[in-house]
Design a protein around this ligand. Structure first.
Ligand code: IPM
Ligand code: MG
Length: 357
């Protein structure tokens, strides 16, 4: 089969990790007899440098014309002085919205080979955990009404959290369907003891849960959820939550797995086109030094094959190769923990994975 993939390398370590992933995808295509065509487009700080804005129309059009999008990371200190609506991060929100990607899947699982990298004690982690965070991605406070106005104490800035039943239902459905293919548990996370939007969220999720009698449904306040994630992560299977709570909880979940450098994500909409990216950022401190861990992006590439192209054997092959390389003890700097020895570079790690493939 033949697929067109838009590449948004972005800033910092973005170009290195995306190039690594392209190499792995090309090897996979060769092995299974497919053809992937890659076209790069600018996004984030590099787009500001080249065109003055973080998300040029050409990038949006290129992504819309592609079968899927692979993204590295955006942002860095160089663009910190940009006004809010021209920051590199604004491009991420813009592209998610332009492509209608209302679902963000963020799996957080513990790799047995990396057990010692998790900050959690053995008795908490046991034989590991496997959580799927389903984050709403195109609504809520990220996209709500915002601005400046005169308030009680003078000028104030405000952002608004708003959710409609339609938005809650469509993300809820993704969570329940996902749970049906996993351990059939959904925990919806909100702040319904305080927020009106959360009360509608909870009511809507409850109603939806009745259509999925096989799924064990529960809900939890977000502050408690933040605590439960480190107290007993094994209790969770699928978590569904709003844009901002999902942003925060997915960073927390990534830390308990030991390395944010390992975690992939998929952003999906109503069709098959998705955007795939590591959940970590652009790590400007190590950019261009060939030190970055490419695994999160490589695993995002595998998610693309599985979710957008329906190539699950191919996705399995990449995931197995990553596992084998880790089992053999190969580590990039971020995965070294207290281990001795020289870490692999980004290129060396990529080549190990390609060798196994
Ligand atoms: C993420 C990031 C983004 C977000 C930022 C960079 C806009 O933190 O993908 O989790 O908050 O969605
Ligand atoms: Mg985040």
């Amino acid at each position: 089969m033949e697929f067109n993939i838009a590449l948004l390398k972005g800033d910092g370590i973005g170009p290195e990790i995306v190039e690594s992933t392209v190499r792995v995808l090309e090897k996979t295509a060769e092995k299974f007899g497919h053809k992937f065509n890659f076209t790069p487009y600018l996004i984030g700080g590099c787009a500001i440098d080249a065109t003055g804005i973080p998300l040029p129309q050409e990038t949006i059009d290129g992504c819309l014309a592609s079968d899927s999008v692979l993204l590295g990371a955006v942002g860095g200190p160089k663009w910190d002085d940009q006004p809010g609506n021209n920051r590199p991060e604004k491009a991420l929100l813009g592209i998610r919205s332009a492509l209608g990607l209302f679902t963000n899947l963020r799996p957080a699982q513990l790799y047995p080979a990396l057990r010692s990298a998790s900050p959690l004690k053995d008795e908490i982690v046991g034989d590991g955990f496997d959580i799927m965070i389903v984050r709403e991605l195109t609504g809520g406070i990220y996209f709500g009404d915002r601005g400046y106005r005169e308030g009680k104490y003078g000028q104030e800035a405000y952002d608004t959290e708003a959710y409609s039943v339609t938005e809650i239902e469509r993300i809820g459905k993704v969570a329940f369907e996902t749970a049906m293919k996993r351990n059939k548990k959904v925990c919806s996370i909100d702040k319904a003891n305080v927020l009106e939007s959360s009360r509608l969220w909870r009511k809507t999720m409850h109603e939806l849960s009745e259509q999925y009698p096989e799924v064990e449904y529960s809900d939890m306040f977000v502050d408690n959820a933040a605590m439960q994630l480190v107290r007993d992560p094994k209790q969770f299977d699928v978590i569904v939550t709003s844009n901002m709570f999902g942003d925060i909880l997915s960073d927390e979940a990534s830390q308990i797995t030991g390395s944010i450098g390992m975690l992939a994500s998929a952003s999906l909409g109503a069709g098959t086109r998705g955007m795939y990216e590591p959940i970590h950022g652009s790590a400007p401190d190590i950019a261009g030094q060939n030190k970055a861990n490419p695994i999160a992006t490589i695993l995002s590439g595998a998610m693309m094959l599985r979710y957008s192209f329906g190539l699950s054997d191919e996705a399995d092959a990449i995931e197995n190769a990553v596992n084998k390389v880790l089992d053999a003890g190969h580590r990039t700097a971020d995965l070294m923990g207290t281990a001795n020895g020289t870490p692999l570079t980004c290129t060396e790690m990529t080549e190990k994975i390609i060798e196994v493939l």
